[in-house]
Design a protein around this ligand. Structure first.
Ligand SMILES: [Zn+2]
Length: 376
């Protein structure tokens, strides 16, 4: 298969030859094209989309597949379904459903691994975010082994709070087993953050969110993570979780190669705007993708997909669209040691073709492992 379009970095028209699932060669072309080609995006933190959920009682293998398929229309080739704090049984059920969905090869190609966020996080209001208090607990290696078994070895990122009892030895074991430890929903001191990084933590998960409304100006756990060059950081640049000025400052701090964009999307993401009556709470989805608890100023999760976060990030910072795409493709691929995320011969052919409409990328085609999975 051959696809032609303008290279997202060089802006030259190129023809990309794909042999099976791999980019075989890239050549400069004289053809004119108004399509752009870039590596497809990768979202390492997503809880649900389009009314479907990876968590709770709603999860099923079919729901997992639907979420993956919906991502394809946004130029997203791969995701890390994110399983959050819950009872042992519910977590095991989510992991099994995700694993079962992977019996479909095309779905498996789009699941880069599972991100577990919790249940070993801070109990405090603020850092805990929306994670249910009754299921927050201390790190337990035996329990993790059961999680990993249910996921058939598929857990690739595990985010936790460094100050939890036993967190350092737990993170050492995680790192030894090949899982990437991340920091999230924490109230840690600088010493605790240093210790967890020495133990193997490599990622600050959605830095700046899952924190107290008020913290000491310094020192605090946000500065400590920003200043630590051994930590990559993921950001939710949906325009609601972090003000544009904060995204810009944090990006300047982490620089491009340590910046990862994530959606952290919840099941309401991608749904029409309006009010949704849940069993325990009502949620309002606004036109601009804000998902809030009805009649309150509080967010109920993230409502924009990764592609919108990429264009927002470029607007909020001085990053080009190409750099924003890199932060949502090349950087997560490097963190996960995945052979995707750049336009080079020998890389897996996970690609997106897009036009720019009103300053936003409009996805024309998404290719995963050499297969066209979405065509406008
Ligand atoms: Zn979170």
């Amino acid at each position: 298969m051959k696809i032609t379009g303008r290279h997202y970095i060089t802006e030259e028209t190129v023809s990309i030859h794909i042999e099976n699932d791999i980019i075989d060669s890239i050549e400069t072309s004289n053809e004119k094209s108004d399509h752009w080609i870039a590596p497809a995006l990768m979202d390492i933190q997503i809880n649900g989309f389009g009314g479907y959920n990876f968590n709770g009682v709603e999860v099923s293998p079919e729901a997992v597949k639907e979420i993956v398929r919906l991502q394809w229309s946004y130029g997203i080739a791969s995701i890390c379904p994110t399983v959050t704090t819950n009872s042992h049984e519910n977590i095991i059920n989510s992991l099994k459903c995700i694993n079962q969905a992977c019996s479909d090869k095309q779905i498996a190609n789009s699941i880069a691994g599972i991100h577990m966020e919790g249940p070993y996080i801070s109990k405090e209001d603020g850092p805990r975010g929306a994670h249910p208090l009754e299921h927050v607990r201390d790190p337990d290696w035996d329990e993790f082994c059961k999680f990993q078994e249910a996921a058939d070895g598929g857990i690739c990122i595990f985010s936790l709070a460094p100050e939890k009892k036993g967190a350092v030895s737990f993170v050492e074991k995680l790192a030894d087993s090949g899982v990437i430890p991340g920091i999230a929903h924490t109230n840690a001191t600088g010493e605790e953050i240093d210790a967890i990084v020495k133990a193997g933590a490599r990622l600050s998960t959605h830095l700046g969110n899952g924190s107290h409304a008020l913290i000491p100006r310094h020192p605090n756990y946000i500065w400590e993570q920003l200043a630590n060059d051994d930590l990559m950081a993921s950001f939710i640049s949906d325009g609601h979780h972090l003000p544009p000025s904060v995204v810009k400052c944090m990006f300047r701090c982490k620089e491009l190669e340590r910046t990862i964009l994530v959606s952290d999307a919840v099941s309401y993401a991608g749904m029409p705007s309006g009010r949704y009556e849940g069993k325990t709470r009502s949620v309002e989805v606004s036109e601009n993708g804000r998902v809030s608890l009805a009649d309150t100023p509080y967010l109920a999760g993230a409502g924009l997909g990764l592609t919108s976060c990429v264009s927002n990030f470029s607007k909020f910072t001085d990053a080009s669209l190409a750099d924003a795409i890199h932060a949502a493709s090349g950087n997560p691929a490097r963190l996960l040691d995945r052979n995707t995320g750049s336009l080079e011969a020998g890389k897996q052919a996970d690609l997106m073709l897009f036009k720019i409409e009103n300053g936003e990328p409009e996805i024309q085609q998404t290719i995963v492992a050499g297969d066209i999975v979405y065509q406008l």
